[in-house]
Write a protein that binds this ligand. Sequence first.
Ligand SMILES: [Zn+2]
Length: 101
Amino acid sequence: MKCLICQAASNNVHGDGDWTEVKCPAGCGRFRVSANLVAKMKFRNEFFDIERTRRWLKMSRNDEPVPLISTYDYHVSLLHRDAEERSTIPPSRSRQPLTSD
Ligand SMILES: [Zn+2]
């Protein structure tokens, strides 16, 4: 099996049906991904942003030794953004607050 984050060869364990547990020796460590999210990513051919996801896992391990990545976490902070999407979103510094006038 492959790591769902970096595609390295890893040990994947299917959980109770709601998640897959991955043990990645290449730097991602041990984590769980919700089955919903795995299915969605396969369907849309999307990928994790490796650096951001590893950082997120590191932070999450303060609370939970084997963090579960949910669909919500993925869309909020872990989805790999491609160049096309970046060009359609204006940089945040050009956005004016609605209350400015
Ligand atoms: Zn990995």
